[in-house]
Ligand binder design. Structure first.
Ligand SMILES: Nc1ncnc2c1ncn2[C@@H]1O[C@H](COP(=O)(O)OP(=O)(O)OP(=O)(O)O)[C@@H](O)[C@H]1O
Ligand SMILES: [Mg+2]
Length: 609
């Protein structure tokens, strides 16, 4: 059966009825008691009147034995309210004289006696003459109260019930009705649906109350939960994207390892080829061009790796001019020919940053510019310069200017928000500028934007300058005699090992090449071993370069170890700090890079022949 009223209304109704009955009884009892006290006061007034008016005259009449007058006076007493009996007799014996009127045995009556004295004129003074007895009946008072009881009780019940009912109706109309509306709304709430917020349609009363607050809280809660669900979904999507990027990074690391080895072979062969012809010959020049092209290829792969890797930022003093120049080659490779790229890069500017993050910033900005000029011809201009602000602080300013469609005023504040994009799902995630903003603010920098719709946009990144690190002049402490040093080379890839051996030999070093870590350890343990430096590959099937270095350093801490790897990762720096390896040779490398690195490490370990 459907309930006519809500449970709360039923409860309140029951409460109101009980409260009305209870308080009606209490107030009725008080009112009746008041009425009783009033009637009793009247009664005492009559007794007082008898004592003051009747007692002296009755004393006189009794002294004169005037029966007629006595009877009139006793009847006069009976006429007073609530008096039902009056009698008079002469002392000492009532048998001497006795006169009475009314009924002596009336119900609910009490007796009252007054002493009668001789008149003052008689000279007997205060001597008792007789007694006046009266009976007062409460019967009339009780009857009256009984009659009033029902009227008072009934009117009280009606009044209290009416007041309670009006309060109840007010509460029902202004509170419980809305509470059930709120409860229904909350029950039917589907957070995935775009339902309008709850509105109670209440009449405007003077001020807002708790029901309005409850409604607002529910709407606020709904909004917050929706936002939380939204950001949860967004972060899930972002997580998937990150995971994809991470696996792409891992895959890229694998590919680049092989790619770097191939590049290393190509470059070594070219360098070997160059050494067999004169620098003036056209073959030498062609081979030099081949080296430049190979370098560009390896730089390109390096940039892709920087972009994919998810390491913690490695903040250090970097040459931002070099980083921007490196990135430019990547931008050139991915930019359509309809866009003309121009740049003005001030050399040797240094900042405190993670190089890969700076590359990421520049790539994000230029990608946006290229997008903004999609399908039309345009100019992309990248400028890097030093600027000094009013308070003498020096900054590096990186400008990316395009002649694209520009950014309308109404979205300028939003473009740095994560996931804000005007592009389709396939074209953009809306993360680019938020990543740029995050990186720049962490580096204590700032971003400025200037844009005219349909004419283009200019992003200016300001980053605090750092003092350039002092470059050790390797050649100054690299005596020629280091070239006589013996180098132990370990690489599982025989062909690459042979090639590096050739390069090292041409550089003048004694080389012992081993294709496995076990052979290398045996070589070191030989009693007449004269190894001055070790170059080991990182990725090897039986034991990786780091594990090999740990074993070697335990026995031969004085021999410098250089780890050769195609993997770009900050994690290798830790092994240098822990003194497991001494340097990293990033593959693919050129002959003079290899030579400089060897000389530097031999010198560091006080190599002296
Ligand atoms: N140079 C620009 N010219 C015009 N609009 C731009 C430019 N740079 C950014 N925008 C606007 O700012 C929005 C946000 O850029 P952001 O780089 O954060 O994300 P996205 O490019 O849309 O996506 P993602 O970078 O994640 O692929 C872009 O969708 C675009 O509308
Ligand atoms: Mg972008």
């Amino acid at each position: 059966m459907k309930q006519k009223f809500s449970p709360l209304v039923n409860k309140v109704l029951l409460f109101i009825i009980s409260i009305s009955v209870f308080f009606s009884i209490i107030t009725t009892a008080f009112q009746l008691y008041g009425e009783y006290k009033l009637s009793e006061q009247l009664l005492y007034k009559n007794i007082d009147h008898i004592e003051k008016s009747y007692v002296p005259t009755i004393s006189d009449s009794l002294f004169n034995l005037n029966n007629e007058k006595l009877l009139i006076e006793l009847n006069g007493i009976l006429k007073l309210d609530h008096l039902v009996y009056a009698s008079v007799y002469e002392t000492p014996d009532s048998a001497q004289f006795f006169l009475s009127t009314g009924s002596p045995k009336s119900a609910w009556s009490v007796k009252k006696t007054f002493a009668l004295f001789y008149p003052k004129s008689y000279g007997q003074g205060k001597q008792k003459l007789g007694e006046l007895t009266i009976r007062i009946s409460y019967e009339k008072i009780y009857k009256e109260l009984f009659q009033k009881l029902f009227i008072i009780l009934f009117s009280n019940i009606i009044t209290i019930f009416a007041i309670s009912l009006s309060i109840f109706l007010f509460i029902k109309n202004h509170v419980t009705r809305h509470l059930s509306q709120i409860a229904h709304y909350a029950n039917d709430l589907n957070l995935n649906e775009d339902k309008p917020p709850l509105s109670l349609h209440r009449k405007k009363i003077l001020f807002r109350d708790e029901v309005d607050e409850l409604c607002d809280s529910l709407n606020g809660l709904r909004l917050r939960i929706r936002q939380d669900i939204y950001s949860l979904k967004e972060s899930q999507e972002e997580m998937f994207r990150m995971q994809k990027l991470e696996s792409l990074g891992t895959m890229m690391s694998g590919i680049t390892h092989d790619f770097n080895n191939i590049m290393r072979s190509i470059m070594s062969y070219i360098e070997l080829g160059q050494s067999t012809c004169t620098p003036q010959s056209s073959t030498y020049e062609n081979l030099e061009n081949a080296i430049v092209a190979s370098n560009r290829a390896s730089e390109l792969i390096k940039q892709i790796l920087y972009f994919c890797k998810q390491d913690k930022p490695n903040i250090e003093i970097i040459n931002i001019s070099d980083a921007v120049l490196e990135t430019l080659s990547l931008i050139h490779a991915s930019c359509p020919s309809s866009i003309h790229i121009d740049s003005k890069i001030e050399k040797n500017l240094h900042i405190n940053a993670d190089k890969s993050q700076i590359i990421q910033v520049l790539l994000n900005l230029t990608t946006n510019s290229i997008h903004a000029m999609k399908g039309r011809t345009g100019n992309l201009f990248i400028e890097l310069k030093k600027i000094t602000q009013s308070h003498q602080a020096e900054y590096v300013s990186l400008d990316v200017t395009d002649t694209g469609h520009g950014i309308p005023l109404e979205i300028r504040k939003k473009i740095f928000d994560p996931f804000f994009t005007t592009k389709s799902n396939e074209e953009g995630t809306g993360l680019g500028l938020s990543v740029v903003h995050g990186i720049v603010t962490k580096l204590q920098g700032s971003i400025e934007l200037y844009s005219v719709v349909n004419h283009g946009a200019k992003f200016t990144i300001l980053l605090p300058m750092a003092v350039a690190p002092l470059k050790p002049n390797i050649s100054s402490f690299a005596p020629d005699k280091t070239k006589t040093a013996t180098i132990l080379l370990i690489d599982d890839e025989g062909e690459l090992g042979m090639l590096t051996t050739k390069t090292l030999t041409r550089l003048g070093y004694q080389v012992i090449f081993k294709a496995s870590p076990a052979d290398a350890l045996t070589e070191l343990d030989k009693p007449n071993s004269k190894i001055n430096l070790i170059i080991t590959d990182f990725t090897m099937p039986t034991m990786n370069g780091i594990d090999l270095a740990i074993q070697i350093k335990k026995k031969y801490p004085h021999i410098p170890i250089v780890l050769s790897t195609g993997i770009i990762s900050n994690s290798f720096q830790k092994y240098i700090q822990d003194k497991i390896i001494d340097d990293i040779l990033q593959k693919p490398y050129r002959k003079n890079e290899l030579s400089n690195l060897i000389e530097k490490n031999l010198q560091k370990f006080s190599y002296n022949i």
